[in-house]
Design a protein around this ligand. Sequence first.
Ligand code: UDP
Ligand code: MG
Length: 314
Amino acid sequence: MLVSLIVPCYNEEESLPHLYSALCEVREAESSAGRTFEFLFINDGSTDKTSEIIKELAASDPCVKYVIFSRNFGKEAAMYAGLEKAKGDYVAIMDADMQDPPSLIPEMIKSLENDECDIVAARRVTREGEPKIRSFFARCFYRIINKMCDVEIADGARDFRLMKRIVVDAILKVTERQRFSKGIFAWVGFRTKWIEHVNTPRVAGETKWSFWKLFRYAVDGIVAFTIAPLRLASIAGFICAAAGFIYMLYYFIMAIILQIYNEVPGYPSLLCFILFIGGLVLMALGLIGEYVGRIYVETKARPIYIAAEENDKE
Ligand code: UDP
Ligand code: MG
């Protein structure tokens, strides 16, 4: 039984040694049960010593495999590369910063072996140590996306999960370029068991996600999984048109039938309406643009990542 552990790394020189020793402990504890491991480090274009560290580890430990990207392609691309390269019967994805506790892995393996489920995923039940505003927007995001999408994306779900081979193959079939893995994991289905844990702060270094990056990620997630915003735009358009029609009818009756004319020029109300409708039209256009932009990117069909170097290549 081979277990692959995929670790996307972007400027993680400080956390990697901690993670590696924690992973070795897990390996040691599990080896008695006949389980072998491969550690797959995906270096996502780090500008620090991450790739040197990974290569050193690989030189001394045959279980360490790596892919080094030619530049920063993002965590989503790194996870995809890892899933492609993984040979394990069970495959896990985990962060390099120890925010995904490696100590949960034995429990996860057990759940899969007892065939309780096909995926064991971790979920944070607290968001302590995270800026309040960030938690607030994260909660809003999950509420919105779950209202709009058919697939259920759990609040606090991390990318940390252990999957059976069948699930990995299903995920690899989803080859879209602008990937939103949390959604893809939910979309492929299968039986998922959730393990809850409290938020653990990073062991070293700092988060790579700025607020703006997270916002883009949220928009990507929504656009990737639902066309509900487009529908919303047409509903808003319909409501505006209906209101305009009723307004017109009102003036028609006033002027033609009741012979009441409005002498006030009505400049402010006119301006308000023009601004309102103009805003709506532009917003709808922007929305359509988001989707058209995606079509553009997807039709170019560029590879999801470019590897500059990797070991153990077939
Ligand atoms: N990561 C990556 N590419 C990126 C950004 C992040 O591979 O462009 C990796 C990073 O090295 C870490 C994981 O993704 O292993 C999660 O990143 P981070 O800890 O910064 O995110 P957070 O835990 O704050 O959500
Ligand atoms: Mg982290």
